[in-house]
Design a protein around this ligand. Sequence first.
Ligand code: GLN
Length: 193
Amino acid sequence: MSKRVGILALQGDFAEHIEAFSSLDCTVTAVKRPDDILECAALVIPGGESTTIGKLCQRFGVGEAILELNQRGAPIWGTCAGMILLAKEIKGSAQWRLGLMDITVQRNAFGRQVESFETDLPIEGIAGGPVRAVFIRAPFVTRTGEGVEVLARFEDKIVMVRQGNLLATAFHPELTDDSRVQQHFLGMIEAKQ
Ligand code: GLN
């Protein structure tokens, strides 16, 4: 059976993530309920509004299911709001989070002047040249703990990190036609088996 990749579908751009995985070697499925999450080999937490996704995670018992999936070592990838939810610390905010990655993030960190922008980003471990990266009211990482690898920076700002089974991007690979970041994530499932 092909790998089952769940896309957390509580709020945000989950439809774009589903589309981005649909032509790749996996079974992609929208997940909302704890039971559905626990059936997945890997999970993506999409971009959106991290406070809203966090509230819904609490309300539906989804947070516990994600923590259990992590305990099993399943790859979990957060994009943008998803990165914020994975972080242990969120600068100046007490909002709910999973707190799995030993990083501090700052929300809306690129400021009001540049709410969104695109750039070509070289990524550690991804061959074939820079990846087109779309940033939308994006966070960046202001601190990384031990065991956190920095995979990409934009100027001097950390925008992609990995810690074991956890991957986080401040940008949105699901909004371009390039599937190399998705392939990289699928590779993390294979490496685990
Ligand atoms: N600014 C949003 C937040 O703080 C994240 C934006 C996004 O996911 N594109 O939750």
